[in-house]
Design a protein around this ligand. Structure first.
Ligand SMILES: [Fe+2]
Length: 166
């Protein structure tokens, strides 16, 4: 005799677990400038650029004029630019609060943070926010993290999770 709750649990599992994260969309105040910073900070290669958009995209993102996909391993960042968007913090739209990338070792975490500081100091990029990265914090489970902003003011977290390390 099958347990009816089992079927319900399976359905719930299938419908609530997302498949892998494919890309994140980032609104850039200056697409060329953002692309330069993302390539210097994350590495990766631009894959394609779009300059014509569907009616749906144009209605979701009025003024969109260019979108470039940057490939980071099996993840992608879709950087796009909209007419009239300016470098300011006065808007307060609902958005993802931060996005976290896991790194493979504490050393890599320190290197990533140092790289952010070095890029900021280079003066090659214009940042919406002047805030430096946070210190690296360690929680009770040994997870180490720091937070930093991209050139547009979006927050990223980098974490070293010992239990998930290879
Ligand atoms: Fe987080």
């Amino acid at each position: 005799v099958s347990d009816p709750a089992e079927g319900i649990r399976n359905v719930a599992t299938r419908s609530t677990l997302p498949s892998r994260l494919h890309h994140v969309g980032v609104q850039a105040y200056d697409l060329a400038g953002s692309l330069a910073w993302y390539r210097e900070f994350f590495g990766g290669e631009p894959n394609w650029t779009l300059e014509t958009f569907s009616e749906l995209t144009r209605s979701r993102l009025p003024g969109i004029r260019r979108l470039t996909e940057l490939v980071l391993g099996d993840f992608r960042i879709h950087l796009f630019e909209r007419a009239g968007a300016t470098l300011s913090q006065d808007a307060d739209p609902v958005q993802f609060q931060h996005l976290c990338f896991a790194v493979g070792s504490p050393g890599e975490l320190r290197d990533r943070r140092a790289h952010w500081i070095e890029l900021f100091a280079s003066g090659r990029h214009r940042f919406a926010r002047p805030d430096p990265p946070t210190e690296i914090v360690v929680d009770d489970h040994g997870v180490q993290s720091f937070y930093c902003y991209d050139v547009n003011g979006l927050e990223f977290e980098f974490s070293y999770l010992p239990e998930e390390a290879p």
